[in-house]
Structure formats: C-alpha cells, structure tokens
Design a protein around this ligand. Structure first.
Ligand code: FAD
Ligand code: SF4
Length: 480
C-alpha cells in the first residue's frame, strides 16, 4: 500500500528500490511469511501504466540524469519509478546456459558463480510461472528445465521457420514475458512493437504482475524516497536507512535491509555509507550489441506474433569461449531499418541482433564524488568481446546459410543493451566477491543485495529473468 509519510520507527524489513530484484524477493517473502511487515523506499514516482502509455515515457526522472560519467561515453539505461525496469523492459526472457555459471572451470575466464545451474533451475521455473512466460519446451536442449513453459511459444516468423527446419537444435522460439495467450491480467501480444510503453499491457510489469504487493496492507511503499545511506551499529549490522524526501532528511531503523537500487545506485549507496571492499562498485558491464539487416531473396518475412521471435545459439557455447565471448543471436520480427522499397518485396527483410557477453573489468565501475553523487567510469569493451564481434561478422553468412539471402548489411553497434550489471558481485568468499551465494553481504550479515548488480559474470542473454530467480532463491534461503 502506498503511504504518504512514514513514522521514524523500527521496521523488520526495509527494502531499497521497487524493481525486479526487490519485488521478486518481497513476493516470495510474503508467500512464506504472509504477516511480514515490510517498508519499501522508492526514489521515483508511482506512475500508472495508463499514464506511462498516454505520456509516452516511463518516468519523468531520466536515468542518465541520476549519475555522472567519465571515460568512454556510453548510455546506461534504467527506469527510476515504482517497478523499476519492469516498466521499460522489452520482456525478453531466455535462461542462462548452464556453462555460463562455470566460465572459470570450463574456459579459464572470469569467475564461477557460487551456485550451479541445477540449484537455480527451480527458481527459474517459478519466475517463469509468475511472469507467465511464453517459450518453447524444446529449448530444454540448451537450458534444461523441470517444467514446461506456462505459455506456448510465439508464432515464428517465416525466416525463423526456415532456420528451425534446418537447425532444429540451434534455432528456437525466443522466450518472452509478452503474452502469447491472454491471461486474467494481460491480453495477447499483438506485435505492435512499442514494448517500453506497450499500448495494451501485454508484457509483464510490476503493475499487472505484482498488484498484490501494491495492495497488501503489510507492505508500506513510500515513493520519492531517495535513499542516501545505510547506517551501521556495528561492522556486521545495518541499523537504519537514511533517505531524502521532498527536501527533508529522514531515517528509519531496520532489522533486515534489502538493497535493490540497480547496479549503479546500489553500489553508490554503499560507498556513501562508508562500505569498503576492492570489488565494491567494480565490474560494471553489459553485453555488446550489434545489428545486421538481412535482405531476403523471395522470402516474405515479418509474420511472427511478437516483436522478436527467434533465438539462435550457433555461436553461444563451446571451447572458443576460452578465447572469445559467447554470442546470442536474436531474430527480430519488426523492421527497424524500414520495409523494402522494391514493389512487392516490402517484407523480404530480417533484422538480426547479436549480443556478445562482456568480461568484467575492474576499471569499469561506479564511484561517488565529494557530493556523494554516483559517477560511472567506462573504458570500453574488452578484447575478449571485440574478438567475438569479429567472429560474429565472419560467421554470420554460415549461420544464416539456410536462408535465401540477397545481401547482409551490417548496421553497427548498439549504443546500449539497457542492461546494467555486476557491481556487487556474488561469489564464494570475500576475496572474489562482495556478497555470498545467498546474496548476503560477506561482513554485514543483515544486508541482502538483489537485482542485476549481483551477477558475477555477464551472460550473453538478458539478465532480468535470472535476477528474478535469484531473488526468489535468496528469500527462500532466508525465510523458507
Ligand atoms: C529499455 C529497456 C529494455 C530492457 N529490456 C530487457 C529485456 O527485454 N530483458 C531483460 O532481461 N532485461 C531488460 N532490461 C533490463 C532490466 O530492466 C533490468 O535488468 C532490471 O530492471 C534490473 O533489475 P534491478 O532490480 O537490478 O533494478 P531495477 O529494476 O532498475 O530496480 C531498481 C529500483 O531502485 C530504485 N532506486 C534507484 N536508486 C534508488 C535510491 N537511491 N533510493 C531508492 N530507490 C532507488 C529505482 O527507481 C528502481 O525502482 C531492459 C532495460 C531497459 C532500460
Ligand atoms: S510487441 Fe506490442 S503488444 Fe507485444 S508487448 Fe510489445 S508493445 Fe505490447
């Protein structure tokens, strides 16, 4: 329930942020402890979905205005509002490949996750149920699954169908939280291609998926509360949370603190609070994205049932990962470069997007300046990722071999993938990470970190389903 003000008392659980990481944790805690009293502090405003659609933007606070940048210029995108990234996201939801969690052991790169895929699998399944994800069950070959997808896969486009026929073990329908069939909360996706402000509410958001959290009298949600610092009563205990609201500084006490303010602002809050660790704020990353237009010869495309329909794993996993990054390939079902101009051939086009995993580089990261403002420093992509891009461009004609191709036109790098990750990584111990395998801070044992900041390596796939699954698991470990 949204509240107007909060008494300065003691709260059993204080949650910072209301995005993916926080909401999935709170959802699971409420299942296990229906009477739990939870206070959520959110920096942004509450914006109904109708307001977001009619005004054409998710939040009046632009993410890029909330931090400063140095180094190689690069956008880092996120939403500051109730629901965080559940508002703006495109709702693409593949799981990670099991080998993504063992990069060090298998390929000598990065670090292993402190948990195995099998441990995460049941939580993936639950997160998929909560978001009513549409996907193909034969994707089991890539990422094993214990349960079928809650919704059938989206209809493949003509280009996907040719690829699926020729490469049944490599080409699949792309899983997404864009409804294939209507549910009580969401109509069927109608492929109208403006997912950031889906005009019909077909994708999962905090608004349509977690309304019970908004309505719960036990969950107090205070909007426009900008958390500045966590206060500690001893080196191992957070005792309170300090925030600024409408020009006034306030404090609440907490027994447990859940930090889910995104991978730029969560580390900034800890740095302002005097937390110290060589990896705190380090390793900010996202995938490198590249787009290609494929002109098709005689194949009318763009007849899939949602904005992006195909996932190709040909360049995803193998011994090559010792030398260059994994690449995940998506077939779009829309036309960012326009339709063909030739008479009768307007649909003979395909947009292909590749995302190359990035290696965490401690030179990329978040710090705070003398005013306490977040400062992002970026040095550019690693050679590991650049090599993957070179190979992608070389290998693409072979990967797309089954298609009737007139021409492949590289369109260039995407400025951002809109995934912000890796600044409070999880790991086996304090030497390699900030938080443990249960997402509890190694030293401060009543501080839990959630969201994509905890990812210790960069998967080539989008991260939010994984962040959701991790939050469900963290809540289970604490309260189950
Ligand atoms: C345009 C776009 C498209 C995307 N598409 C996809 C996709 O298709 N698939 C996918 O997996 N991911 C996608 N993402 C990424 C996805 O949004 C993020 O991975 C996800 O939201 C991260 O979850 P989080 O909990 O770490 O942070 P968020 O969801 O961003 O939540 C952080 C919350 O903390 C709040 N906050 C920040 N600072 C403070 C503070 N000081 N005090 C209080 N509250 C604070 C924020 O307002 C926000 O509510 C997309 C992102 C964008 C921008
Ligand atoms: S493709 Fe269209 S209907 Fe489907 S989620 Fe995106 S905007 Fe909504």
């Amino acid at each position: 329930m949204i509240i107007d003000d909060v008494p300065e008392g003691q709260y059993p659980v204080v949650v910072v942020g209301t995005g993916f990481g926080s909401l999935f944790f709170v959802h699971r805690q409420l299942q296990l402890q229906p009477a739990a009293k939870i206070l959520m502090l959110e920096r942004g405003p509450f914006r109904s979905w109708e307001t977001q659609v009619s005004e054409g933007y998710n939040s009046p606070i632009r993410g890029r205005d909330t931090f400063k940048s140095t180094g190689v210029p690069k956008p880092w995108n996120f939403t500051i509002a109730y629901g965080g990234g559940t508002n703006c996201w495109g709702a693409t939801t593949p799981r990670m490949h099991p080998n993504d969690l063992q990069l060090r052991t298998l390929y000598g790169r990065g670090q292993d996750w402190p948990i195995a895929y099998d441990e995460l699998e049941p939580y993936y399944a639950t997160a998929e149920q909560i978001m009513d994800i549409s996907g193909p069950d034969d994707l089991h070959q890539i990422s094993p699954r214990s349960q079928p997808y809650p919704q059938p896969p989206h209809r493949l486009s003509a280009a996907d169908r040719v690829m699926k026929q020729a490469q049944p073990d490599m080409h699949f329908a792309l899983p997404s939280a864009r409804s294939r069939v209507a549910t009580k909360q969401r109509p069927q996706c109608c492929a109208s291609f403006d997912c950031e402000h889906c005009p019909i509410g077909a994708k999962f958001t905090a608004h349509n998926g977690f309304s019970h959290i908004l309505e719960s009298p036990n969950v107090l949600i205070l909007m426009e509360a900008d958390v500045m610092e966590l206060e500690r009563s001893s080196p191992s205990t957070v005792s309170g949370v300090r925030f600024r609201r409408h020009g006034r500084e306030q404090r609440v006490g907490c027994d447990l603190c859940l930090l889910g303010a995104n991978a730029i602002h969560s580390p900034a809050i800890l740095l302002r609070s005097g937390f110290d660790h060589p990896l705190l704020g380090r390793g900010l990353n996202e995938q490198l994205g590249f787009t290609v237009e494929v002109l098709l010869d005689g194949l009318d495309n763009l007849d899939g049932s949602t904005i992006s329909t195909g996932a190709n794993y040909s360049l995803y996993d193998g011994p090559f990962r010792a030398e260059r990054a994994a690449t995940f390939i998506v077939f779009d079902n829309h036309f960012p470069f326009g339709l063909r101009k030739e008479f009768g051939r307007w649909r003979q086009t395909l947009s292909v997007r590749a995302t190359m995993a990035e290696e965490l580089d401690d030179k990329n990261g978040v710090s705070v300046d003398e005013r306490g403002d977040a400062v992002v420093h970026h040095v550019g992509n690693s050679s590991y990722t650049e090599r993957a891009l070179d190979h992608f461009l070389e290998d693409l004609p072979k990967v797309l071999g089954p298609l009737p191709i007139e021409k492949i036109v590289p369109k260039g790098r995407r400025r951002s993938q809109s995934h912000v990750q890796g600044t409070l990584r999880m790991g086996a111990g304090p030497a390699d990470s900030v938080i443990d395998s249960g997402q509890i801070h190694h030293q401060v044992r009543n501080l839990v970190v959630v969201g994509t900041s905890v990812l210790p390596t960069c998967p080539p796939v989008p991260p939010s389903l994984t962040a959701a699954a991790l939050s469900l698991r963290a809540a289970d470990l604490l309260f189950g």
